[in-house]
Design a protein. Structure first.
Length: 220
């Protein structure tokens, strides 16, 4: 599986334009992309990072991390996914960076998603849907999700038994038991709940290109 991730990441380098600022996601597959990006770091102006984890990896490879507010619109964003359906709609947020990832995706002309074959599904929802919430609204949002869907929200914990805190200072609810047949509608509905910061459905703005690692990589 790690080899497939590396193959997808290496293929994504072909989409990088010289002299550009690159949006960079978060996760194990993206770590391979950052490795590859480091080898051509002199060809790009810098990168917009979606997480503190990716910021550290980029700087370790000598790539300047740029503020999105200063960069303006981006030509390219490269990120992984936890699930991908045949329409290139995604579930993301397993690494708890979904809000910043969604912002960068929205700011980018082209969104290239890099995955291995295990992330491909016919219907989204096998992977629990992450929802980032304001801490004071955690229980309220959970009750609203139960009332609106057939899903069961679970407060994401860390090893010490405390709630995971995102880079934005918020909590994550992972919604289990969904079969998401209309991801655009569900994304819109969940975003309307007071206290929801972002939903890990990338359906209104799906990936433009999906690269599935393999020998050779498959481009969808």
């Amino acid at each position: 599986m790690s080899e497939a991730k590396r193959q997808a990441a290496e293929k994504a380098i072909e989409y990088v334009k010289d002299g550009s600022v690159i949006g960079v996601g978060t996760g194990s597959t993206v770590a391979y992309f950052i490795d590859a990006l480091g080898r051509i770091g002199d060809r790009i102006k810098g990168a917009i990072s979606s997480s503190e984890q990716s910021t550290r990896l980029l700087r370790e490879r000598g790539i300047e991390v740029v503020d999105l507010n200063a960069a303006g619109p981006l030509a390219l964003y490269v990120d992984g996914a936890d699930e991908c359906d045949p329409q290139r709609r995604l579930i993301k947020g397993g690494g708890a960076a979904l809000t910043r990832e969604k912002i960068i995706a929205e700011a980018s002309t082209q969104f290239v998603c890099i995955i291995d074959a295990s992330k491909q599904v016919d219907v989204l929802g096998r992977f629990p849907l992450p929802v980032e919430v304001i801490p004071m609204a955690r229980s309220l949002v959970a009750r609203e999700i139960i009332a609106m869907t057939a899903g069961q929200p679970v407060w994401r914990q860390v090893d010490d038994g405390k709630g995971l805190v995102t880079d934005n200072g918020n909590y994550i609810l992972d919604v289990h038991g969904l079969a998401i047949t209309d991801p655009v509608a569900l994304e819109r509905t969940l975003n309307q709940i007071p206290g929801v910061v972002s939903v890990g459905l990338f359906a209104r703005r799906p990936a433009d290109v999906v690269i599935v690692g393999g020998q050779p990589p498959q481009v969808i």
